[in-house]
Design a protein around this ligand. Sequence first.
Ligand code: MG
Length: 489
Amino acid sequence: MGGDGRYGNRRAIDLILRMGAAHGLSKVITSVDGILSTPAASNLIRINGAIGGIILSASHNSGGPDGDFGVKINGANGGPAPETLTDAIFACTQRLNEYKTLDHFPISLDSVAKHFIYAMAVEVVDGVDDYLKLMQKLFDFDQIKSLIISDFSIAFDALNAVTGPYAKRLLEGLLQAPAGTVRNGIPLEDFGGCHPDPNLTYANQLADLLLKEKAYDFGAACDGDGDRNMILGRNCFVNPSDSLAILTANASCAPAYAGGLSGVARSMPTSAAVDVVAKDLGISCFETPTGWKFFGNLLDSDQITLCGEESFGTGSNHVREKDGLWAVLFWLQILSAKQCSVKDLMSQHWRRFGRHYYSRHDYEAIPVDVAHGLYERLESMLPSLVGRPFAGSSIDQADNFSYQDPVDSSITSGQGLRILLKDGSRAILRLSGTGTQGATLRVYLEQYVLPSGNLAENPQKALSDLITNIDSLAEITKRTGMQKPTVIT
Ligand code: MG
């Protein structure tokens, strides 16, 4: 058990420990200062054979007395609780009348030590150590170090959240990057008032350094609990869907994956860039619903080695969570092996596999009834859309995505409206975040261009036909009154 250091972290650890002891747990492992990134927690669960884990985080959402707080439950495999477990927890809450706790002073999280709360052992470990050991097993640190100590400048932004202590020991310690490479490296209870979300909007300081000032060869940021990542090069942004494809295509650069990949997976809205690479490598590629838990069975049964999501999440079979710093090291490994810039690596990739122009348009805080009206209208139209001309091509398939897990055969339906075109382009609509702030409509746009086509266009321009066509089909502007999306990724 541990968390990303946000407001309430220590208090929650104290409360949960006392409740755990009252309910007869034999042992809880927690970390110094309660600091534990989500991927490090996943690793800790796995190497200790724990029955599960508790992660105190609200991921990339803001923290502080008025910010968000969250409690995540992970299973014995180290991954997010599958639906069978969350359903069982929900059922339990329906008949829960009481819980037990006991009086005990808060145990110290200041240093590595072993304590007892009555009969329950509490082991306080260094939350960074085991994660560092795992990374050293996966990657060739000497090779990465040779890149970093050469004329190759990097900047990492921990956004005042959990990855600061990890990145400092990895980058500035083991890999000998200059002091100051890790920015905002001390976890703060309110993340310094920032929104710890690694994208161009919230990690804009880092983005400006790389994209406007062109001050570094490589830049990266991770989110509040350390499972997401954003990768930047000098004057170059790496789309998360492309990142997964590039890691897959160059996986053999890292010792852990030099023997080949068993397969790959991506969430449905993630672009098909990795599909093209998987086909070339002759490995299977799975398309799953949004949410890391859907990769769990595929990883556990060794059907996949790498997986990722368009929402800045990438990971592998080394843990059962997405892993921000792992992705950063993997990129550095490839760049050190290939001796090229981020921009060159991407151009080479597109010249070989073609480019999936991709963008996500978010329309936030739409009144719930308007959002549902729009969504349900489009859903009802889907069967009649096949064969209709659309954005310079025609509609090949239109459905609401449904997934059958190949391991346990469970079915997850209603995962998003897909409009798939004959030329491989896609437009996907999903609704999320229904609540006091209204609903968010996410529109995912994707167009594939062959290696022989124009590979150097601005994505918004390349996608402009799709953008206008989906707007008029789904009546987005007409129904929401919004002239443009709130957030463009
Ligand atoms: Mg997160």
